[in-house]
Write a protein that binds this ligand. Sequence first.
Ligand code: GP9
Ligand code: MN
Length: 602
Amino acid sequence: MVNTIIKIHKKNHSFICDQHLVLFLILTTGIKLAIFNAIVIKVTWPTNQYIYGVIFGFLSAGILFSPLYFISKHKRKLAIILALLISTLLLVDNIYFSYFATIPNVSQLGILGQAADVGPAINGLLNWLYLLYFIDIALVAIFARPIIKYFEKIKEKHNLHKPGHKMSLASLIFTVFLTGLALLLVGPNRLNQVINSGYDTPSTAQYYGVIGAHAVDITRFINEETTNLSTEQKNTVADWVKNNKPTQKNNAMTGLAKGKNVIIIQVESLGGFVINQKVNNQEITPNLNKLSQNSQFFPNDRFIIGEGHTSDTDFVVNSSYFPISDAAVFVRYGKDDFTSLPKTLIANGYSAEAYHGFNRNFWNRNTAFTSLGYQKFYAADDYPKLATINMGLNDGDFLSKTAEYIQAQPKPSLSYAITLSSHTPFEITNLTNGLDINTNDYPYLVGGYLQNINYTDRMLGEFFTKLKSEGLYDDSLIVVYGDHTPVLPAFKAGTIDYNPDSTQQKEVPLLIKLPNETTGKTYQNTGTHMDIMPTILDLLDIKTNQLMFGQSLFAEGSTDLKVCTDQLITFNSTNDCKNMLNIEKNMSDEIIRYNLFNILPQ
Ligand code: GP9
Ligand code: MN
């Protein structure tokens, strides 16, 4: 027994003596990765996920350095080169992040030539503190000799020379252990999900560390580059589009907003079940209720989202395509050559700008909005740094500044604003508390949601007032809808009786206020977010030959459309609606996955 303990002790000693440099660099690299997550990216995820990021940082450093255990020749040189490479990567990521608020991805290597344009700006971003990324390597260089001597002495003293194959086995077990632990933490079934349906690079880095985020990015890139459709397969898609593309037909509403500005307001978690409802005798959404009386009101609009949540609504509304069920279109295919509402309007003399008071790259929006054709995207970095509610800038300050930006947009204009305050976890603050209710009277999250959505409604009221004073309210086509419903348990509150297992969970309000409209109309036909783009084009009387999977809600017979499966509508009213829906969805998927937008018949 004692002998065994001495042996293990000797082995550990021998391992540390031989691998001291590698182990030291794993430790310092892990610390640098943790600092990167904490200081550069900062925490927007909940703390437990942030801790995951730190753990993954150390694990990935351990895995990256592990091949060096097995090398005895040039071990020191190679370890220093690897540490230098990782530190340089972190330096580049840091500079890039402070400029673009995202981590560079591998597909951008192709546009490195543009670096010359940002060169002067990057000069200004260089900071002496960045040298800290190399401090461990400097220490290694300075103290190399005495440290080597020290470990040689220990080896002499304990007779630890010739570790032999047993040491290699110990190293191998250690490496397999680290890799296994990393896979276990990701979850054996989740790897595919992380790669395909995961988040943008900074969010991935927050959860899986910067090295993990680069690994996910490289895997995605390789997947994309190695999958392609044959010419024949592409022709099949193009032929289907040619034969099935619906045409835009005129109706009584066509052109009622011709030449007018378009203001789209996408409201976070606005469920249909709060509109025209009261709690403790107070209207929950008084401003939207008023608007519902003075606009074309669709109380039963259906949202369609996949893995991209809000960003899928961004995509569906702006493109009239289906989202993809196993990925966020913006994250996986954000660089596609989308056909879209902004591009169509720009081709017709409009300007097009997007507004959102959160991180520019969340859901890869910066890239995807450019691909959709938006000429400018005002994100958190363009707004004053004022009070936040839930995830980001409060809707009041966001909408107030947005009204100013919209006024400054060249006219006619398409303005697309995404609110954020009514996002889960629906925190209750002095800012949001407007309703006289006791939140403890309701199940978890419900009271907070009612307060949050009431707050957003009040801010929308102020926004409309500001648009009026700018002369924009009557001069614009204003479209307001919920991006999706909130996730809430069943509850009763005032006139609301909410059941998440009913259609209430699938319905968001859609309000379309025509220019100068004072009398409204409520429609019982069920549209989807895919119909918003064709409906806007219909009201503006803009014709396009591009494929849109939705159709104008005012089109003849649109009230006869069937609801397919539990959620969707097909434009092609056949008896076999479900089958047709599947075909459409598959076509939409293929066009997005293989970026076929440019080969479709226009
Ligand atoms: C963040 C916001 C919320 O930018 O759009 O996104 P969600 O969590 O609802 O997908
Ligand atoms: Mn959302």
